[in-house]
Design a protein around this ligand. Structure first.
Ligand code: FES
Ligand code: FES
Length: 156
């Protein structure tokens, strides 16, 4: 076991874990941040997506020892009190989910995208979100929600 000082959603957390323990498992089991979902466990579905140092990463492919001093952001860190993040609001308004299982990963991937490109085209959103799987098939609405938040809105 080793001791890790993590910064999750802007707050410090101390975790004792095996170096190889996955970030996904640390979040869910040690920190009770269960918004980040386990899907495939193989980096294929995106349901476990979080932001590490502002970039979308698959927490099922990253060990806690790889996180180091990099800040981690999860879906729990987006809302401020009762105030939802604009992406969460847009997903609600566009009804960009059905069962909701993929949604935390979709929202975090979208946040990573908009951090890198605040004004993506529809094709750029499609491409960036291509590796996040929604078994309910709400892809079109997810793209609409992201474009609604992007600078300039839906630019086709
Ligand atoms: S659970 Fe991580 S990509 Fe599927
Ligand atoms: S809303 Fe059900 S998997 Fe995407």
């Amino acid at each position: 076991m080793a001791r890790y000082e993590l910064t999750i959603n802007g707050k410090p957390h101390t975790v004792e874990a095996q170096p190889s323990k996955l970030l996904l498992d640390v979040l869910r089991e040690d920190l009770d941040l269960t918004g980040t979902k386990y899907g495939c466990g193989e980096g294929q579905c995106g349901s476990c997506t979080v932001l590490v140092a502002g970039k979308a990463r698959r927490s099922c492919l990253m060990s806690v020892s790889q996180v180091g001093q990099q800040p981690v952001e999860t879906i729990e860190g987006l809302a401020e009190g009762d105030q939802l993040h604009p992406l969460q609001e847009a997903f609600l308004q566009k009804v960009a989910f059905q069962c909701g299982y993929c949604t935390p990963g979709m929202v975090m991937a979208a946040k990573g995208l908009l951090t890198e490109n605040s004004s993506p085209t529809r094709d750029e959103v499609r491409k960036a979100m291509n590796n996040n799987i929604c078994r309910c098939g709400t892809y079109g609405r997810i793209v609409d929600a992201i474009l609604a938040v992007a600078e300039g809105g839906n630019r086709g």
